[in-house]
Design a protein around this ligand. Structure first.
Ligand SMILES: NC(=O)c1ccc[n+]([C@@H]2O[C@H](COP(=O)([O-])OP(=O)(O)OC[C@H]3O[C@@H](n4cnc5c(N)ncnc54)[C@H](O)[C@@H]3O)[C@@H](O)[C@H]2O)c1
Length: 270
């Protein structure tokens, strides 16, 4: 018996990285999956884009656990497309119980005052406004189900602490934490719990490909050298975040709501 038998989970940014790991982990525990991703690039992001093939691979991995999986190339900034996908989730899978708003991009600049306006806007649109739009589209489906549910927003260790050169990312990830608290208030009477995870340094394309870390090191060497985990590891696997998302989505966390949970090897604890 799985911990999520019969439930339906929606995951944004699910073509690769943490989103794919969330999809596979929740499917392993019995959930059907709606996995969507933009599968395209951005103007100010160095990380190479996820592809349709990546998203199809997520579907294949979910189906290995004998779970149903809807995949769709949808941009979290596109509210009409999100509303359409929410209707499709209900017509094909019958319900929505779990929402993991995981999609994200990480762009850097030499400093706050040298950041392009369009780069600021791109990050805020994707990370902050996009998180709201995904909630706007899917939360009514969880509420209408009348069975309660669980929403997990992905913030970051950078939502709790500062990274020089990443003002839009840090501002958006901090904003997500207070969005989570507002939602936890509003959703509580529907027995829908809303929490956030704050990952530390996770080995995914975002952190490992495209040169974002290298540029940060070049612009802010003191930040990188003062970076330290309390546990003697450099990079966490995506599954370490998925395990936290699974717990928050499961009945084991049935009285946990309004919490920002660092899963960061101790990075933010000092
Ligand atoms: N990797 C880290 O070290 C780290 C640390 C803290 C927080 N995070 C956060 O974890 C989450 C997952 O990131 P990851 O590390 O798996 O990176 P990733 O780049 O491997 O995956 C992010 C996915 O989100 C998708 N995406 C981006 N914008 C989108 C949009 N507008 N609509 C739909 N999909 C979109 C991308 O296409 C990509 O597939 C992000 O919110 C990120 O900010 C990552």
């Amino acid at each position: 018996m799985g911990r999520l038998d019969g439930k339906v989970a929606v995951i944004s940014g699910a073509a690769r990285g943490q989103g794919r790991a969330h999809a596979v982990t929740l499917a392993r525990e019995g959930a059907s999956i709606v996995a969507f991703d933009i599968c395209a690039g951005f103007e100010h992001v160095l990380t190479p884009p996820a592809t349709r093939a990546d998203l199809e691979e997520t579907k294949r991995l979910v189906e290995e656990h004998q779970q149903r999986c809807i995949v769709a190339p949808v941009d979290a900034r596109d509210l009409p497309a999100l509303l359409e996908l929410a209707d499709r989730a209900i017509s094909e899978l019958g319900r929505v119980d779990i929402l993991a708003v995981n999609h994200g991009v990480w762009s850097v600049a030499p400093s706050t005052w040298e950041l392009d306006e369009s780069a600021w806007q791109e990050s805020i649109d994707i990370l902050l406004t996009g998180t709201w739009k995904v909630c706007r589209a899917f939360l009514p489906k969880i509420i209408e189900g009348g069975r309660g549910g669980s929403v997990v927003l992905t913030s970051s260790a950078n939502g709790l602490t500062a990274q020089p050169g990443a003002v839009a990312y840090c501002a958006a990830k901090a904003g997500i934490l207070n969005m989570m608290k507002v939602l936890a208030w509003e959703c509580g009477e529907h027995m829908i719990r809303v929490n956030a995870v704050c990952p530390g340094a996770v080995a995914t394309p975002m952190s490992q490909q495209g040169g974002t870390i290298e540029r940060s090191e070049q612009w802010w060497p003191r930040y990188i050298t003062t970076r330290r985990n309390l546990l003697p590891i450099d990079w966490q696997p995506s599954e370490s975040i998925s395990d936290a998302v699974l717990w928050l989505a499961s009945d084991e966390a049935r009285y946990v709501t309004g919490v920002a949970l660092p899963v960061d090897a101790g990075w933010t604890s000092f």
